[in-house]
Design a protein around this ligand. Sequence first.
Ligand code: 6GU
Length: 229
Amino acid sequence: MIRFDVLTLFPSIFDGFLSESILKGAIESGKLLVRLHNMRDWATDKHAGMDDRPFGGGPGMVLKADRVVPCVESVRAMEDQLGRLVMFTPQGRKFDQKLAERLAVEERLILLCGRYEGFDERVVELLQPDELSIGDYVLNGGEVAAMVLIESVMRLLPEVLGDSDSNKFDSFSSGNRLLDCVQYTRPREYRGLSVPEVLLSGNHAEIAQWRAENSLQRTKLRRPDLLDS
Ligand code: 6GU
């Protein structure tokens, strides 16, 4: 069981995400728990707001330290387990499969989602979160990044996926730095395009060899950076 506490200004963004498919099943069978917390609920004076204009000027708004810090502290105090605090920001370290594997052994993760131009830097100084980004593009806030993290971590929990081996050979997992090979299913021919003969041969050794070669070729062509490491 892993517990996620998500701190956000827009908790309803997570509703559909948490109530469908694999995630729904994992939550219902108690493999993970996700608690959503609306940071606005901690604003003592609802009119004072969560954000304010940046000192020094410039566009956008900054999330206030005196709103966010008490909110994180009180969510942390809801359990004995303090948990590991993650803050989503485009300035963070790049999230990848290796980090997902490390996070999957934690018992509690607290996910802090920013909006606007980001957090007052004193949130970082006081709480010392792991600052994470999911890639080099700009999002409106950390909510989508939090969903990416939750989904990639939950797939690594024991017994979450039906076939418990099915994630071991995924692209990017430890021990696999290659892209997946191509896949086909019926019909054998579609609009004049046929399935490679070897996949229909029933010769498992040859199939394995062909797939390994296909993976390697695709990786060389599409993601040579994966082969450098
Ligand atoms: Cl974590 N937040 C925002 N706002 N944009 C991002 C991101 C996070 N990761 C990539 N782009």
